[in-house]
Design a protein around this ligand. Sequence first.
Ligand code: GDP
Length: 833
Amino acid sequence: MSDNDGKKTLGLRGSRPGQVKQSFSHGRTKNVVVETKRKRVVVPKQGAAAGGSGKAPAGGDPRKRPAGISDAEMERRMKALQAAKSREVEEAAKREAEEKAREEERKRRREEAEAKERAEREREEALKAKAEEEARKKREAEEAKAARAKPTPAAAADPAAAQAAEQRGTGKPSSAPRKKDDRGGANDRQNRGNKGGRDDGRRSGKLTVNQAMRGGDGRQRSVASMRRKQERARQKAMGESVEREKVIRDVQVPEAIVVSELANRMAERVADVVKSLMKMGMMVTQNQAIDADTAELIIEEFGHKIVRVSDADVEDVIDSVEDNEDDLEDRAPIITIMGHVDHGKTSLLDAIRDAKVTAGEAGGITQHIGAYQVTTDSGTTLSFLDTPGHAAFTSMRARGAQVTDIVVLVVAADDSVMPQTIEAINHAKAAEVPMIVAINKCDKPTANPDQVRAELLQHEVIVEKMSGDVQDVEVSAITGAGLDELLEAIALQSEILELKANPKRAASGAVIEAQLDVGRGPVATVLVQNGTLKQGDIFVVGEQWGKVRALVNDHGDRVKEAGPSVPVEVLGLNGTPEAGDVLNVVDTEAQAREIAEYREQAAKDKRAAAGAATTLEQMMAKAKADKDVAELPILVKADVQGSAEAIVQAMEKIGNDEVRVRVLHYGVGAITETDVGLAEASGAPVIGFNVRANASARNSANQKGVEIRYYSVIYDLVDDVKAAASGLLSAEVRENFIGYAEIREVFKVSGVGKVAGCLVTEGVARRSAGVRLLRDNVVIHEGTLKTLKRFKDEVKEVLSGQECGMAFENYDDIRPNDVIEIFEREEVERSLD
Ligand code: GDP
């Protein structure tokens, strides 16, 4: 025990002073460490025994050891403790090793990543360096050139040159500017030194030129890589955000939808949609329409939901909301003048407008509805529809009554009530439009207004003078008597009607006239019924759509907008609508196009259904029923809707016991191949009224033996058909088309005027023949040739495929792309049936 004690005490005490002594002569640190380590190993052995018992808090001092513990027990405990301690140490070492390994692994990865990035940077940098190197070489070469050109002192004095020299100092020295370098050498060196100090410190100052270059690049490189990083981050962010924002949409699809619109409705990129269509083997552009089934596949692919809408639903976008009472404002009444032919409708309209419209129209009759506005003395604005006077225009008059607020029934006091007067009364009644009777021609001695009133009574029109409620005014369009009274009567009637509209909403209106205008394209006269039509508005009108390019009012002035009851000519249509079509402003072109396409298809289906019924069943039945009545079928194409309808009306009136005219089809615009096809099927001629067949239609007519006849005056047409129908055909002058030429260029030749440089595209051009000038298949001039030249010589004939010069007699308005129709007249025995 005591031994133990002594040892312990000695060991402890002895080791410490020894250590100190040793360290005294040899240097403290080493010794202390060694001794401490040893001590640490030893001390716990003893101290731990005490600690291990759990009863002695400190040291292995046997004196402090608790009683009842033997030495053997003590030793055992010490051993156990030592084992535990060494285990602990081992574990700590292991942990340390692991930690180190992990750290190394991390470091390695970091280095790898850095190396990668460095490699990438270096690659780019190398490219850039190369480019710079080249640029520098070029610059140097240029400088060298300049230096050679300039005398040396001047170059030295030049500060720019000195700077250039300095730059060269950091770059690759070249032999040419050597002298300069030498001259500014001291300066140069100093600068270089400064530069080094400024930029990168001593190290870069010591670096080689190449390294310095790389150092310079390094700065740029980091900017570039920074940008790349930012770009990557941005793309990542965007990609993530797109995914995050991906919303499943309900996509409305009608029976057909334009690709771009489909993409729009899915809120996807058009290119992506086109791409996936291509993957499905459909090569379509963004402006093409696809059917709903295809659209469904695409919509599913993009993860959206399809909502099929019925075709008719496309019309739902048309604003049909009821107007608010507060938004309503007074509007001008729309007046239609009706009456029997020659009772003075045109004269009355003229008298009211104070202008003449009778002159200047083909055949001298009003062939289409126009409209104008006048203001009465009392300040009321009235909008007049210019109803045509020909009896054949009945159907348009019926339409006119639909937009009409008030009908002025013109009855000539010397003629009284006639068939068309009765028709007019019936139209007005059917449309529930109030009537005002204008008893015209009261200036005539034979005038008998009271007889008119009495006769009207028979048709249930009871005028005020006969104690009824229909206003009647005695007027004279010639003297102007009673006109003011008539206008005031209209104003009073309109006040009773309390006509209102909301100018603030999207416009709606009715087409009162439409035509294919040479130069301006399709033009429609629209009477705005509600809202305000503005330039730039997108609209659908019947089966057509468009964007208002320009608005022209009844004075021929351009206007920016047209409010309720204002008639305007609308430009910017994609096709010619029909009189009576309704115009509606919509929000987008896609909507407008969709509605127009839907209507076109619906109309086509309807026509097909009706056509099938007429041609197959009805025609057969009819042919059987009245065997002895021959039918003369015709097809009518005209430049204006009004003319087409007039012709149809006139045609249907023709007929006797033996023959009847049947209009198979009529429309506006050039004669097309479809028309010819239909005509051939029914053995009908095609009538072109101020329009021509296009080239393909002409060819197919020639092949199929379909007759195409052209007219520009309705009466001529009516007479011809009448003659044909009655079988009273005599020798007649007939036109043969002998050739067509296309105007390529227009020259001005002094003394001759405008000369057309043409290519004869078909047949032959003959000096003596008659010519017509066609623009977009519409006749704009008919006459004779002044010259026909081949090279500089006047010739009689130019054949197809050859070029020639042509000039018209007394006509100058020729333009490139116009077509010249060349025809000859011959006397023939002809038959239409
Ligand atoms: P519309 O066919 O109904 O348009 O009739 P017009 O306006 O063309 O007129 C037919 C003819 O009647 C013309 O010769 C006019 O000069 C004549 N006329 C029209 N109004 C009057 C009138 O108030 N008095 C007289 N004396 N003649 C008239």
